[in-house]
Design a protein around this ligand. Structure first.
Ligand code: PBG
Length: 333
């Protein structure tokens, strides 16, 4: 005897997909403008807006123009921007003193934005690579990237940023012990409300290529960053790093790059429940730009789908160069 079978599928999962209204009603994750942190590049000079060839649509701006960009971002409802300084080879030194100069162009940008656009939160980058003659995130001694001397310098750099008015300090250097050292210094200098978003699980990734052009590090970098950034084959180590950085005083944590590491985002969110961010890095951005410029994928749809993927993976927010473009779509424009 043949088993009896109902003449219809027991579960019709297509029922809830019948219309846009129903799909919206059952949608589990949503993307909003609140989810974005917008990375911007600042350089010396005045009135300058300079395109970055490997990142179409992204520009390096002088301080006055970064203030305009911050105004535009705030008007779009973007809650935070992240300041990255561009420095030419001639501005880079072995002692990286520019990194903690209270008047370097990144710190001047922070002050100017705080004054003119007080409602937007300002995040910074803490690492020596943009000031270092050899493009590394730490001091180099006899070919080795040294840890503890670097941490002392990163502390000075973070304090200068906090003094300038930064709301969120973003250590991206991957030295051991820097979160605790920075938290201690912030507490000791009246900056107890300054947040730390630790680039805790940051991989040694080829996806950072266009960024290194953007900040002027490509020509400077000697060797690679594999002795301090994570090996792409590891995931348990990411959890150890996150746990360590949270215990040292990080308020929020980051996984970087983004899309190729969504498994890490999910594990981190499930394990700690802390505010978790992903950085959709320059190479991810460049790939979408290149493919859409060739007509191979639909720019806006791929952009929005990639951003939604971060939410689905458990992220609370995303650092993305797409922030203004995505915000315009979400705002209905
Ligand atoms: C530097 C830093 C990097 C990025 C952010 N901070 C590059 C690196 O580690 O070499 C990459 C961002 C991107 O690719 O968009 N400490």
């Amino acid at each position: 005897m043949r088993p009896t079978q109902a003449p219809f599928p027991a579960t019709r999962l297509r029922r809830t997909r019948q219309s846009a209204a129903l799909r919206g009603m059952v949608r589990q994750n949503t993307l909003t403008v609140d989810d974005f942190i917008w990375p911007v590049f600042v350089r010396e000079g005045e009135g300058i807006e300079e395109p970055i060839p490997s990142m179409p649509g992204v520009i390096r701006r002088s301080v006055d123009k970064v203030v305009d960009a911050a105004r535009e971002a705030a008007d779009l409802g973007i809650p935070a921007i992240c300041i990255f300084p561009y420095t030419g080879l001639e501005e880079r030194t072995e002692d990286c003193a520019g990194a903690w100069d209270p008047d370097n162009h990144a710190n001047r940008a922070i002050r100017a934005i705080k004054k003119t656009v007080p409602e937007i939160a300002i995040m910074t980058d803490v690492a020596l690579d943009t000031y270092n003659i050899n493009g590394h995130d730490g001091f180099v001694e006899n070919g080795e990237i040294v840890n503890d001397r670097t941490v002392a310098a990163l502390v000075k750099m973070a304090l200068a940023q906090a003094e300038a008015g930064a709301d969120i300090i973003g250590p991206s250097d991957m030295m051991d012990g820097r979160i605790g050292a920075i938290r201690h210094a912030l507490e000791g200098n009246g900056h107890q409300n300054v947040m730390i978003l630790s680039y805790a699980a940051k991989y040694a990734s080829a996806f950072y290529g266009p960024f290194r052009d953007a900040v002027g590090a490509s020509g400077a970098l000697t060797g690679d960053k594999k002795t301090y950034q994570m090996d792409p084959g590891n995931s348990d180590e990411a959890l150890r790093l996150i746990e360590r950085d949270l215990s040292e005083g990080a308020d929020m944590v980051m996984v970087k790059p983004g899309l190729p590491y969504l498994d890490i985002c999910r594990r981190v969110k499930d394990a700690f429940g802390a505010p978790t961010f992903a950085y959709q890095v320059s190479g991810e951005y460049a790939m979408i730009k290149a493919a859409s410029a060739n007509g191979w994928v639909d720019h806006d749809r791929v952009m929005m789908e990639s951003l939604m993927a971060f939410k689905r993976a458990g992220c609370d927010g995303i650092l993305t160069y797409f922030a203004p473009a995505a915000a315009r779509i979400l705002n209905g424009g």
